[in-house]
Design a protein around this ligand. Structure first.
Ligand code: 0O2
Length: 213
């Protein structure tokens, strides 16, 4: 079955993707509200930017195929946690935990899974805070619990991850390249970024409260 057939054979595929887009909007609004309030009180923004995406049909197809799962809507909803993806970029490491705690303490958000790759980085150097959450979204037929993956990271972690993703993680490097050397250099950069993140946190603490001039 080709990705095109997979999508065309599922007549409600577009509707399902719309539901995931709505879940993203609900979560994004919550994040923007938290950022607005924090900035009004503390005179600085704990969120630098938010990016979001609904997983492409080809990636959904590929993930189901890789895991040998059925190509149905039920299977997507049950088995895939990251169809709706939100990436929150923060200036400081402490902002990551502030945002994660404030968001997950809201009573309509259920946390299903947390992976803290900041406290325990991956062996390649990847650092980021991942959460799978569920949020109810109201449609004409009623309330649907929708899942989303939220990745929260610093600007530095995001810089590293985006280069890593392009160069290596998705395996787009030519076969003639020295993969081991690239991996070793990327790991060194991850350590540098980690040290810089910690240093920036210290500088933030030295500055203390931010005041509007
Ligand atoms: P894409 O293209 O970003 O969507 P799962 O995705 O649930 O099968 P897992 O391992 O349980 O896999 O989830 P995990 O570890 O929370 O990672 C999921 C996502 O984190 C990935 O999604 C990437 O976005 C990101 N990620 C994880 N490890 C790395 C890494 O080493 N480097 C980079 N750059 N990103 C990473 P996808 O779907 O794999 O990719």
């Amino acid at each position: 079955i080709s990705p095109a057939d997979f999508i065309n054979n599922n007549k409600n595929f577009d509707v399902l993707m719309m539901k995931y887009r709505c879940a993203i909007r609900e979560i994004q609004t919550k994040l923007e509200v938290l950022d607005d309030e924090f900035s009004a009180v503390n005179k600085r923004n704990p969120i630098s930017s938010i990016k979001s995406r609904v997983k492409s049909p080809a990636s959904i197809y590929e993930k189901l195929r890789r895991r040998d799962l059925p190509f149905t809507e039920d299977s997507i909803v049950k088995n895939l946690d990251d169809v709706a993806g939100i990436r929150v970029i923060c200036p400081f490491i402490s902002d990551i935990y502030t945002i994660a705690n404030l968001l997950t303490s809201q009573d309509d958000i259920t946390v299903l899974k947390i992976k803290d790759y900041i406290k325990a980085p991956k062996s390649n150097g990847y650092r980021s805070y991942h959460m799978i959450v569920e949020i109810p979204v109201f449609f004409t037929e009623g309330k649907f619990p929708m899942r989303a993956e939220i990745q929260i990271r610093t600007i530095g972690m995001d810089f590293w991850a985006s280069v890593d993703h392009q160069l290596r993680y998705k395996k787009t490097i030519g076969a003639d390249k020295d993969i081991e050397a690239i991996e070793a250099e990327l790991l060194k950069c991850a350590q540098t970024v980690s040290e810089t993140d910690c240093h920036m946190e210290e500088i933030k603490d030295m500055i203390g409260d931010f005041e509007k001039i």
